[in-house]
Design a protein around this ligand. Structure first.
Ligand code: ADP
Ligand code: MG
Ligand code: MG
Length: 883
């Protein structure tokens, strides 16, 4: 087998496409060599060596040594130097490189091949003794650190003491002779630490470094990283052995890193830093302040040191040519590492550059305009999840952050406002025109109006899927959850964090993208929804098959979603409307009623309010379909529970407190999620669903008369398990529709369907589809009921399950495609076997998750529905799934 691939001087055994075999770095070095760019020659030990190494108990393949020897020989010929030759030594770097760039892997070793004799040879050959010794001490430090595991600090301490003794501040004050003294100390320290001397034979050094790279594939850092990013251990890493070029050969030498465009804004224009008379990672290591690459950049930053463009104009010109060649060739923004050795440019690395969402968008759109890539490619270039950053205001980078505390980044975006601790107070202050931030220990459904009125939400307790987090994401409010340092003192009207006290009414800023809570009002950058963003969305819409709807019920959210491109409502949760201040009393009255007559009376008070709610939604959505779910939660959720709450409610509404408490007790369930809710309420109390259906149909006729546009309603019955449930309720709802038609003379346009959120419903989809014109997969509940796991309680052990890899991902965030997915596949197949044109959608939180959206495309759903702020993400993800 071929284990070793050579590259350099106009040709290479491998190429760009061989990433799996050569790793990213190796494949791109080969490709640059093929393109005729100046790449120091070398060879790559393939990732298959790594795999074989681990399959054979950490032993190398038999022919590897021969092939490395042959590679070395060819390399010596190419550069005209010999490895280990004291007169004319070849030095190499040993660099790891997996398919995906991976922190945690072994660091690069430079200047390998040096010992006392070859260092002497290098000094003579270069005529620069200081350079040779500088390279030597760097080599000992790096090699000891990464291969021998003698920590870097050992050498730093020796160096510091050495400088202190002589009153030096800079390394550059150290003379060649003094470096020589230090090198003796360095070697002694290694000997002391290991019990044997630093290896002097270059071949031992080389194999030591190769072994260290392969071993680092299985170190803890690398394993953790792979787990986090789903990188299989079987991929392995490659090792690159490459002839050294020297950026530390005096003032005509340098080393640098560059991007072909600005990686944070995406602006056209080269971007980067370099250091004169330096080597390798000096630029990133922050030992000296690097200089700007271009004049424009230097002027913008007000830097006093000359830019590379000014200091080394000729080489800079060559570098710019290389940038253009690489961008045209790779058709993407490149992240480049280079070295200048005595006025000569060498390319050491190129790869597609990491970038912010803003830059990704701008670069993709610019590249379409420049005809470098197609519209479809541009659509594939932007990560849907990253759009989140663009849709919300963000804190200006130049703003000085005064961080009070940090919690979980539960809902992205940033907002400032005055601290309030109570939902009613939040609503009240917002009505008076104040911007407020709701700070709570945790939130519950009763706080929804306050959350809506607030600019952002902070909770001391709760995780990424806590009530606060889920609701805030749905509303597009920034949220920091689980900020455990926050201690709220309601009586004093303050919260404290480690001795720092913030009063009610004080201005704070919440950064839901980082989880930080800041003091004061931050400077913000508004989201940009026109221009590049709009262009990309047009291309995405052209490419996608599935429709994108939204989960929304308040007019503000419906409006936002429409602006973000929602093509309908996939889930309007009517119970959210029941909590509103003007009707909760009537809702409670309805629940307290002794008999049907009493309920009907209370419901008649709610009817006009619900009708207005729906009319408002239809006006905004015009002829886009609106799926409205009839009442879903168990009734006790609307009642107060503690004595204090009961007292307050009784006073406020005039309802008898005793009766309230009594009713709350009698409705209490030991397992509410699986209790008397959804269509089960509709069966027991048909008048509730009839009132809601009437409100929907009447609203349709009103809006149609008013605007001439026919609203389209999809009436959704929740929690159906048995076809008969739906059959009974459907008959009743149809009767209401006929009544409304005869009363108003207008026939409402509607479908009746159900949410598939119970395993039985999925399995019996063929029966259910006899009565359902559409299915909407309620994957939140379907996940709960399939796993037999309550979302509210999962937080306690979810981390353990992720840690133990029982769950790959949180199944409430990304759909469990095997289990829950199987039920969906079954339901789709069986449902459509009964009713060919059955309309299919998804309305759980998963409807906004790109991986889950891909699944929806695969099983052939008609639409996905998600919270308003995720609509653009879903549009892009749906497009990518279709391409
Ligand atoms: P990383 O993957 O951490 O970026 P690299 O293998 O790219 O590590 O090496 C880091 C730096 O070391 C390079 O950017 C370059 O400056 C320097 N380097 C690597 N190989 C050589 C070489 N053959 N000659 C000169 N410098 C090198
Ligand atoms: Mg690199
Ligand atoms: Mg449900």
């Amino acid at each position: 087998a071929k284990w070793v691939y050579a590259f350099g001087a106009g040709s290479a055994d491998g190429a760009q496409g061989d990433k799996n075999l050569l790793g990213g770095k190796g494949a791109n070095l080969a490709e640059m060599a093929r393109l005729g760019l100046p790449v120091p020659p070398g060879f790559t030990l393939t990732t298959e060596v790594c795999t074989a190494f681990y399959e054979n108990d950490r032993a190398y393949p038999d022919t590897l040594a021969e092939q490395v020897e042959a590679g070395l020989k060819a390399l010596e010929e190419k550069v005209g130097k010999t490895f280990g030759d004291p007169k004319n030594p070849l030095l190499v770097s040993v660099r790891s490189g997996a398919r995906a760039s991976m922190p945690g892997m072994m660091d690069t070793v430079l200047n390998l091949g040096l010992n006392d004799e070859t260092a002497e040879g290098l000094a003579e050959l270069s005529g620069d003794r200081r350079f040779a010794l500088d390279s030597y001490r760097r080599f000992i430090t790096m090699y000891s650190d990464v291969v021998l595991e003698v920590p870097h600090s050992t050498f730093e301490e020796l160096l510091e003491r050495f400088k202190e003794d002589r009153d030096y501040t800079l390394d550059t004050e150290i003379s060649a002779e003094e470096w020589e003294e230090l090198i003796v100390e360095y070697k002694a320290a290694v000997h002391n630490a290991l019990g044997h001397p630093f290896p002097t034979d270059p071949r031992d050094q080389l194999w030591g470094a190769i072994g260290a790279v392969f071993s680092s594939w299985m170190n803890d850092r690398a394993i953790t990283y792979r787990r986090m990013y789903d990188i299989p251990a079987s991929w392995g890493t490659a090792v690159n052995v490459q002839a050294m070029v020297f950026g530390n050969m005096g003032n005509t030498s340098a080393t640098g890193v560059a991007f072909t465009r600005d990686p944070s804004t995406g602006e056209k224009g080269y971007y980067g830093e370099f250091l004169i008379n330096a080597q390798g990672e000096d630029v990133v290591a922050g030992i000296r302040t690097p200089q700007c690459l271009t004049k424009v950049m230097r002027e913008k930053m007000g830097d006093s040191q000359p830019s590379m463009e000014e200091a080394m104009p000729a080489v800079y010109g060559q570098l710019v040519d290389v940038f253009d060649t690489l961008e045209r060739h790779y058709r993407d923004m490149q992240d480049i590492e280079f070295t200048v050795e005595q006025g000569r440019l060498w390319m050491l690395q190129t790869r597609n550059g990491k970038r912010t969402a803003r830059a990704a968008l701008k670069i993709a759109v610019d590249m379409v305009e420049d005809k470098l890539i197609s519209e479809e490619e541009a659509v594939m270039r932007v990560e849907p999840g990253a759009l989140d950053q663009l849709l919300h205001p963000t804190i200006d980078e130049s703003y000085e952050r005064d961080v009070i505390t940090k919690g979980l980044p539960a809902s992205p975006g940033a907002a400032s406002g005055k601290v309030v601790f109570d939902a009613d107070e939040a609503e009240h202050m917002a009505k008076l025109g104040d911007k407020v931030i709701l700070v709570r220990v945790e939130t519950s459904p009763e706080d929804i109006h306050g959350m809506h009125a607030a600019q952002a939400i902070v909770t001391a307790r709760g995780g990424m899927t806590s009530h606060a987090a889920v609701v805030a994401r749905g509303m597009g409010r920034p949220c920091v959850s689980g900020a455990g340092e926050i201690k709220i003192n309601l009586e004093a009207g303050t919260f404290t964090v480690r001795g720092r006290t913030i009063k009610q009414g004080e201005m704070i800023t919440v950064d839901g993208s980082t989880g930080e809570v800041l003091a004061g009002e931050a400077k913000m950058i508004k989201p940009e929804l026109t221009g590049d963003f709009a262009s990309l969305m047009v291309w995405a819409d052209r490419a996608r098959r599935m429709k994108v709807r939204t989960n929304a019920e308040t007019p503000a959210d419906v409006q936002t979603a429409k602006e973000f491109g929602a093509e309908g409502i996939g889930l309007c949760r009517t119970e959210h409307m029941f909590f509103d201040a003007d009707r909760i009393a009537a809702v409670r009255e309805m629940i307290l009623a002794e008999d049907q007559q009493g309920r009907v009376k209370a419901l008649s008070k709610i009817l006009p309010m619900q009708r207005d709610d729906f009319a408002e939604i239809f006006r905004i959505m015009e002829d886009r379909p609106c799926t409205i779910r009839l009442l879903d939660p168990p009734l006790h959720e609307f009642l107060p529970h503690t004595d204090e709450e009961v007292k307050a409610v009784a006073e406020a509404t005039g309802l008898p407190g005793e009766a309230l408490l009594e009713r709350a007790r009698s409705l209490a369930e030991s397992n509410p999620m699986l209790g008397h809710r959804g269509c089960r309420l509709g069966i027991t109390y048909p008048e509730i669903y009839e009132m809601q259906a009437r409100a929907i149909f009447e609203a349709q006729t009103i809006v149609e008369k008013e605007t001439g546009v026919k609203p389209v309603a999809e009436v959704m019955i929740p929690l159906v398990a048995v076809a008969k449930e739906l059959e009974i309720l459907k008959v009743r709802i149809e009767a209401v529709a006929r009544q409304v038609e005869s009363e108003t003379g207008t026939a409402p346009v509607y479908l009746i369907g159900t949410m598939i959120e119970l395993p039985r419903a999925a399995l019996r989809a063929n029966d259910i589809a006899k009565h359902a014109e559409f299915f909407s997969f309620g994957t939140n509940d379907l996940t709960q009921t399939t796993f037999g796991l309550s979302r509210d309680d999962a937080g306690r052990f979810l981390a353990d399950y992720l840690e133990a890899q029982i769950f790959e991902k949180d199944p409430f965030v990304s759909l469990d495609q095997d289990g829950v997915g199987d039920l969906i596949r079954i339901a789709v197949g069986r449902g459509r076997s009964t009713r060919e044109n059955l309309k299919l959608g998804i309305c759980g939180e998963h409807g906004g998750d790109p991986a889950s959206i891909r699944f929806c495309e695969e099983v052939g759903l008609d639409y996905v529905s998600c919270s308003p702020y995720r609509v653009p993400i879903a549009r892009l993800a749906a497009a990518q799934s279709a391409l």
